[in-house]
Structure formats: C-alpha cells, structure tokens
Design a protein around this ligand. Structure first.
Ligand code: FAD
Length: 366
C-alpha cells in the first residue's frame, strides 16, 4: 500500500530514501532547513574560477562496493581524481598519507627495508602508553609525531594530545611503498558537474521544500504523514530533553584568488599549531579543469561547536555515547519515525556508507 513519507533533510541519507521510496510507489516530501539541497555535500558553481566549490569541506567519493559505485553512477559521471594530500609544516611540503616518499623526505631512507629499520629505531620505549602523545611516541617516534600529529590534533580537538585518549588515533597508517593515494578503495572520483547536480537528479520528480525547519511545525508534520525519516540531530528531535550531544565544528573561509593555480594541489593539510587553519582546498583541482585564470580556495578552521553552529564531527567520548544511547531508547516511543544519517545516528559516515545505510533501511520501509 502506498504511504506518505516526510523526509527531513536532503543530504545523501534523505535523498537516497526519497529516491527509493518514490520508485517503490510511495509519495515523498523532502524538507530541509537550509536554502539548498545536498546537505554537507552541497557544491556551488563559481563562474570566475569555472569550478565547483565544496561548500562544507572537501568531498571525495570513494568506495569498495561495486553496488554503491553503480548506484551513484546513475546520477553522475565521475572524473579520475585521486586524493593525494600534501602536508605543509615549517616551510616544507611532505607527501601524505605517510608513505615511503614521506620517510625519504624526513629520514633519507629509500627502500621498505631501510624504512622499517629506521622506524624501529625511532620508537620510544614507553610501556602502556596512557594518552595519544605517548601512544605516538611509542609507535612512530618523535619526528613523525611532531611533524604530522601534535599541532594538527591540538588544532582539531582544541586539546593537547597529552590530554587526549590514545584511542582517538588507534593507528597511524604508514605505507612502506611510494603509494600516496589517500584512499585504499577500488573506486574513487569527483562527480563531473559537482555534487549538487547528483541531488538534483535524485530528487528530480520529488517535491522539496527548502528553508523549512521540521521543528517549526513538527506536530502538523507528524500528523500529516504516515512515516517520517529524520536525518537531523537525534537530540534535537527530543528537544534536548536529556542534554546536548557534543560536536566539533569547522568554519570555512571561501576566497576567490587571482591565480590560475594557487597551491598546485587540491588539499594541503597544515599541521603546525601556529597556523590557525587545518586545511586549504583549491577546488579546480577536484574538477581537474584549469581553464580559468582565477581560483576558488577554501581555508578550513576548526571551530568550537555550540548550538546553532554546523554539527561536524561527533565527539567520541563515553559521556556522549551514553547520552546517544538514551536518545536511541527514546526512539522506541516514536515508531513512525526513522532516524538516519550522520546526525540521526550520531556517527561519522562517509558518503558511500550513508547511501548504503539508507538503501538497507528502505528495504524495511518500502
Ligand atoms: P547531511 O549531509 O548533514 O544532511 C542532513 C540534512 O538535514 C542537512 O541538509 C540539514 O540542513 C538537514 N536538517 C537537519 N535538521 C533539520 C531540521 N530540523 N529540519 C529540516 N532539515 C534539517 N564523505 C566521503 O565519503 N568523502 C569525503 O571526502 C568526505 N569529506 C568530508 C569532509 C567534511 C569536512 C565533512 C564534515 C564530511 C565529509 N564526508 C565525506 C562525509 C559526508 O559529508 C557525509 O557522509 C554526508 O554528508 C552524510 O549525509 P547525511 O544525509 O547523513 O547528512
């Protein structure tokens, strides 16, 4: 039987649900409180630089799943962009993620064997590392820690790695080959024409109301629809009744610069604590189109999150996890609402993961 669905949020979770439920014969209305579709994957065409600005941070589509790759290719063609990040630290540029070329730049080693021996020598003898700093010194040594981790983590989390749990870092991937592809996945690229056109295609025949906050009219929405798919923050749905889940936020400073190629790469990480931004992106490198004489560049600054700011990274502490569990228990009382996506499930999801999660969920809703 055909049902009426309200989908709150036009990011990948909401758009995938809307597409699949519509194709299964249901009627859907998508609302979003922002002025545009696409959630955090929204891109904006910058005419002067002839490229698409990743408005909420650099987004590279990557997946190992043939099914997801085929699915997303229904809505876009992808270029052959491969993410090869560079790190800027004290007037030097390093290859990243850490690979044999990075180790050559740091220590002069040229073969995997030399690199292995060099790393073993640099590890500090710390038994039972108690925090992120000790864990890094014990596992990768001081040079790597100071060049790539200390300043960056301090900026990203606004706390010194000595005050952060070792569990945040888990491992520092070090490749003993010259492979500098950031991702290990089989499929990777940037949609030609930007991400927004993917959402335009996904939502082509589906009504979308922008500038529409669910909370402003929640009782009407809840009464008018058979089922609601909510991709906003789970704690906002329950009016923060047991507290606010914490996030780390980012601030993006978008600039148009008078240069045909400003930094020679799409993404540069700035790992010194004295440099206030963490990353710079030059968007024409994502599009692989160098025709314009200007360039669109974004400076990414870590930002303290407070209500009203963009919720970016869930803060993975025991307190937040137990708060999230309380909210999850409360969802049992609202059986006609599905909570999905990165905010609805309070976890970091890549795009391919959020699409996969939505495709799985709609099987039980369609
Ligand atoms: P969102 O995209 O956040 O969409 C949720 C939508 O719900 C938003 O549009 C919001 O306005 C709307 N909403 C919320 N509350 C309400 C309300 N009350 N009423 C109406 N609307 C509401 N993934 C990758 O695969 N590769 C990458 O390189 C990558 N880079 C990233 C870089 C950054 C800086 C960030 C932050 C994320 C990155 N991601 C990347 C992850 C990617 O952004 C997410 O996987 C994706 O955006 C999740 O989609 P979503 O639909 O769950 O959430």
């Amino acid at each position: 039987m055909s049902k009426k669905f309200l989908i709150v949020g036009s990011g990948f979770y909401g758009a995938t649900c809307a597409r699949e439920l519509t194709d299964a014969g249901h009627s859907c209305l998508v609302i979003d409180k922002r002025t545009h579709i696409g959630g955090n994957c929204y891109t904006r065409y910058i005419e002067e630089a002839d490229c698409h600005e990743h408005h909420y941070g650099a987004h590279i589509f990557h997946t190992n799943s043939e099914k997801i790759w085929k699915y997303i290719n229904r809505f876009a063609s992808f270029n052959h962009y491969v993410n090869r990040v560079k790190v800027s630290h004290k007037d030097k540029i390093y290859s990243f993620p850490i690979n044999l070329f990075t180790l050559y730049q740091l220590f002069g080693v040229k073969t995997p064997e030399e690199a292995k021996a060099c790393l073993a020598e640099r590890k500090e003898p710390i038994e039972n590392p108690k925090n992120m700093e000790e864990w890094c010194l014990a596992n990768v040594g001081r040079e790597i820690y100071e060049t790539f981790i200390e300043g960056y983590s301090l900026k990203q989390w606004a706390r010194h790695p000595r005050e952060l749990p070792a569990s945040i870092i888990k491992r520092v991937p070090i490749r003993l080959t010259f492979d500098d592809n950031y991702f290990n996945d089989r499929y990777q690229g940037i949609p030609i024409g930007g991400y927004t056109s993917i959402f335009e295609k996904m939502l082509d025949d589906i009504p979308v109301e922008l500038n529409t906050d669910f909370h402003r009219d929640r009782e009407t929405f809840l009464s008018k629809f058979d089922h609601v798919i909510f991709t906003g923050p789970i704690d906002s749905f329950f009016d923060y009744s047991v507290g606010h889940l914490e996030y780390r936020s980012l601030r993006f400073d978008h600039q148009l610069v008078n240069s045909s190629d400003y930094q020679g790469n799409a993404v540069i990480n700035h790992t010194e604590s004295q440099v206030p931004y963490t990353r710079t992106y030059e968007h024409k490198h994502f599009d692989m189109n160098f025709s314009a004489t200007n360039s669109a560049v974004t400076y990414e600054y870590p930002d303290k999150w407070e209500p009203g700011k963009i919720e970016i990274y869930p803060v993975n502490t025991d307190e937040n996890q137990s708060l999230f569990e309380k909210y999850q228990n409360m969802t049992k009382e609202v059986s006609n609402v599905t909570f999905g996506g990165r905010l609805g499930q309070y976890r970091y999801y890549d795009m391919h993961q959020v699409i996969a999660s939505a495709l799985e969920k709609v099987k039980s809703l369609a």
